[in-house]
Ligand binder design. Sequence first.
Ligand code: AP5
Ligand code: MG
Length: 213
Amino acid sequence: MKIVMLGAPGAGKGTQAKMIAEQYGIPHVSTGDIFRMNVKNGTALGMEAKAYMDKGELVPDELTVRILLDRVAQEDCKNGYVLDGFPRTIPQAEVLDAELTKLGDAIDYAINVDVPDENIIRRMSGRRACVGCGATYHIVHIPPKKEGICDKCGGELILRDDDKEETVKNRLNVYHAQTQPLIDFYTGKGVLKTVDGTVDSADVFAAIKSILG
Ligand code: AP5
Ligand code: MG
């Protein structure tokens, strides 16, 4: 099963993608997580990506596509995957589509987690991410058992550099200009499913499970 998660920054794509990955036994592939890991490790890729991420801009398609195609070519992706944060532009979606077509394959579901802009800024300021394993929490909605410490690996929880209010506003503008058109793209392919992302994350997941079966 090959799934694409769509939705604004902070809609809950990562939260849901992790649950899907666990439930259906497929890898969770997040381009944002791959970039953040490279930033943390100080790689050349990380340095290049960070300059865009900190402004809330997109990392250039060429770089992003290469990384994603390398990742999905790995052995663990052969029975499917859930993509989180990719594709984010029409050219990215077209490359993915062309690569899958070559393999006689296609995306099975594009799940659009729908959350209005008003809710987003409030959510982002409360988000905390684990520096160790990438797990995400929310200080009010999805708190860790112990403040500042990851339930899963004991790592430190931090506010992401790009979760400052001004950067979040720019990420939302970029989303509307460059990523929202993917809703029409996947509607055209007959695979778009929209779920209400404003409800509790367990209820969002229940809606997704009823789609995926
Ligand atoms: P990326 O890491 O993909 O960030 P994003 O799309 O902005 O999305 P987020 O990770 O911020 O939000 P999310 O939807 O995953 O929400 P989450 O589940 O954490 O990308 C970062 C940057 O990398 C980009 O800006 C760009 O520069 C670059 N990049 C990445 N991919 C790229 C690409 N393909 N092309 C070019 N550049 C790329 O939830 C948010 C918060 O809400 C959390 O605190 C969570 O606990 C909470 N929450 C979740 N669900 C609920 C709920 N139902 N109710 C209440 N709270 C909830
Ligand atoms: Mg995410």
